[in-house]
Design a protein around this ligand. Structure first.
Ligand code: GLY
Length: 352
């Protein structure tokens, strides 16, 4: 088992390895004495792993209750949040108890937000079951639900007490969802770890999955430790996301998050090259690596369409939009683009 320490105001560990769901009870015992543990999950994950995790927690002396909601981003909403709050209140979960968020990013974000707000905040642990949640959303304390007017608009920073990544969970993951996580892994390589990028470029990630998850978590942990509340450096993690979010929306979410991040990264690298911030080899290498991992590098939307949607992004600040641009594989910079110039800048990325 690998352990990565996350040095936030309330520090915690991320455990990475095979078979950790069977050891959920021992893992939880590291951070909590026997108490009540409320497992929050979705229907798909519940059917696969709910019993196994519940049994392990019970064997370690925890008194367990469990609820699930219907899988999918559309359920990361106020209704699900209300159901979870009611479930916790009806079971008389107290401040000395703990929530176990078992699932992908939707479960982690929603159950995490419930933990942040139930009784003004109770402890929770993350047990991510997708690659995306392992390498990104389960680490760093961002919790949120979506509102009708936008994603993640209602949320809080609330760090987990522990993150348990059982990489065996990835064996049951549909290929498309697995690749969403790969895109975020490539992103971490482009941001600050050329060796990780090389590993992803030259090997099948599934063959070194514990190593790859651990390296990703280490990078995420470094950003989070330096900027827990996302006021500066952590915004580099938005590489590929500024344009990526616009592409997701324009496609009515037919382009998945990871696919959109992959395309967004290629566009960002092309923009950087045309602004002479990096060599032509950088966008070429990023695009080739993503393509060979089965991720897309181009979408059929114009710079005008992308700019229109990107201008509505919540990351817009006044008259500028912050973009993250690669200078080389392993080093990036943030650049504020005036909204007046946005379409022109995006066109540099869209046009090969
Ligand atoms: N997913 C980006 C962040 O946690 O800041």
């Amino acid at each position: 088992m690998k352990t990565v320490h996350v040095q936030t105001e309330k520090a915690y560990d991320v455990l990475i390895g095979s078979g950790l769901m069977e050891q959920a009870g021992e893992c939880l015992s590291r951070v909590a004495a026997p108490c009540r543990a409320a497992i929050i999950t979705d229907d798909t994950v519940d059917a696969l792993f709910g019993e196994k995790v519940q049994l392990s927690l019970q064997n370690a002396g925890f008194s367990v209750c469990r609820m699930h909601f219907e899988q999918g981003e559309k359920n990361k909403n106020l209704q699900t949040y209300a159901q979870i709050m009611t479930f916790l209140a009806e079971r008389e979960i107290t401040r000395s108890d703990i929530i176990v968020a078992l699932g992908g990013g939707v479960v982690g974000d929603t159950a995490g937000f419930a933990a942040a707000t139930y009784l003004r905040g109770i402890r929770f642990i993350q047990m991510p079951t997708t690659l995306l949640a392992m390498v990104d959303s389960s680490v760093g304390g961002k919790t949120a639900i979506d509102l009708d007017c936008g994603k993640n608009l209602c949320g809080a920073f609330w760090q987990p007490s522990l993150v348990v990544c059982d990489t065996d969970a990835l064996h049951t993951l549909p290929e498309k969802i697995y690749k969403d996580g790969l895109a975020e892994s490539f992103k971490h390589g482009v941001l600050r770890d050329e060796k990780l990028f090389e590993l992803l470029e030259n090997t099948d990630a599934r063959m070194n999955i514990n190593e790859i998850v651990a390296r990703n978590v280490q990078i995420k942990a470094e950003y989070v430790a330096q900027d827990e509340h996302d006021t500066g450096l952590r915004q580099q993690l938005n590489l590929g996301h500024t344009l990526g979010h616009a592409l997701e929306k324009l496609s009515n979410y037919a382009i998945t998050h990871g696919q959109a991040v992959a395309i967004g990264m290629v566009y960002a690298a092309r923009i950087a090259q045309k602004l002479q911030l990096c060599d032509a080899a950088v966008p070429e290498r990023i695009a080739a690596a993503l393509r060979s991992a089965g991720l897309p590098t181009q979408a059929a939307f114009s710079a005008q369409e992308i700019a229109r949607v990107a201008l509505g992004d919540k990351k817009r600040r006044g008259n500028t939009l912050r973009m993250v641009l690669p200078e080389e594989i392993g080093r990036c910079r943030m650049q504020d683009v005036p909204v007046d110039a946005l379409q022109e800048v995006i066109a540099l990325g869209v046009e090969a």
